[in-house]
Design a protein around this ligand. Structure first.
Ligand code: HEC
Length: 102
């Protein structure tokens, strides 16, 4: 029984911090200046809270900004221009799991 509990713990902890999210955490360093350390957003930068947002929404927003047709974000563009599809997925994995703090 104890072994089963331990196994469950290991499984949940790897789930919370998948390899992708770890890569995302590293990539997120470039976003902190506008979205804040906790993804809480910064009013003075006009940057909204993104912590805890759905991963698919984060991904689709960044892709839309990159394209610059439906959504434009000239401030953020230099920071996302060179991200690969995998980078964006990893960032979304990390940001979506950030605890929401105001
Ligand atoms: C120079 C400032 C700046 C940097 C750096 C920046 N952003 Fe942003 N971001 C913004 C602004 C401003 C908006 C709001 C734009 C809008 O919606 O019109 C935004 C919006 C977003 C949104 C959409 C939120 C929503 O609810 O629609 C996401 C997701 C996002 N940023 C993720 C990131 C990620 C991930 C990074 C790092 C790779 C990053 N941003 C770096 C300024 C920045």
């Amino acid at each position: 029984m104890k072994k089963l509990l331990l196994l469950c713990l290991i499984m949940t902890s790897t789930n919370v911090m998948s390899q992708d999210a770890k890569r995302g955490q590293n990539l997120y360093k470039a976003c902190i200046q506008c979205h804040g350390e906790n993804g809480q957003g910064l009013k003075e930068k006009n940057a909204p809270m993104i912590a805890g947002q759905y991963d698919w929404y984060i991904e689709s927003s960044i892709l839309a900004f990159k394209k610059g047709e439906d959504r434009k974000n000239p401030e953020m563009l230099p920071y996302i221009r060179n991200l690969t599809g995998q980078d964006i997925k990893d960032l979304a994995a990390y940001v979506s799991k950030m605890p929401v703090k105001q």
